[in-house]
Design a protein. Structure first.
Length: 181
């Protein structure tokens, strides 16, 4: 009878969660665009759904990271992990992001001068992998909550992106980084 033993998984390859942790460390702690990109496939996609911003393809993601995101986070930015689900080729994190809006942060408040206000928002990151590297990041948060916490709207003056949020996830050719309205 042949040996029915299942061979162990290779231990020299990082798990999906470890790759994601390294990726976010490069974004928020080391603030290194190229090191962040090394955790990604050659054709990554990043979409901040609340604003329909991000990039599709390596150069567009590099540009988004360099001009809008990496190095554009306040020094007191903290991420509190609430839950993590890992399965197949996907990691889903539910987090609380907190920061003081004391610098321009075009990835979350494009075109808005620092308000000095503290912000805490739930964020969901759905991260898809190919061959052990990040291929897609879809990031969800409630932009109205961000605007209210920074004093930019009141409960009676809600602003919303509308249907374009859903369009960017369904259509790979739908433009990103288009201001609402």
């Amino acid at each position: 009878m042949p040996d029915q033993t299942i061979p162990p998984l290779p231990t020299d390859q990082p798990t999906l969660a470890e790759v994601w942790v390294e990726h976010t460390a490069q974004e928020f702690i080391h603030r290194d665009v190229e090191a962040t990109l090394r955790t990604m496939t050659d054709t990554p996609q990043v979409i901040a759904v609340a604003l329909a911003t991000g990039g599709r393809g390596r150069e567009a993601v590099r540009d988004y990271y360099a001009r809008h995101f990496i190095g554009r986070t306040p020094q007191d930015t903290r991420i509190e992990l609430l839950s993590r689900t890992v399965g197949g080729e996907r990691v889903v994190d539910e987090m609380i992001l907190s920061f003081t809006h004391d610098i321009e942060t075009p990835w979350i408040l494009p075109g808005i001068a620092p308000t000095g206000r503290h912000v805490e928002i739930p964020i969901v990151a759905i991260v898809t992998f190919q061959d052990g590297k990040i291929h897609d990041e879809h990031l969800y948060w409630d932009q109205a909550s961000v605007l209210a916490q920074t004093g930019l709207i009141t409960a009676t003056s809600l602003t919303a992106l509308g249907i374009d949020q859903a369009k960017v996830l369904r259509g790979p050719t739908t433009p990103l980084n288009i201001p609402p309205g």
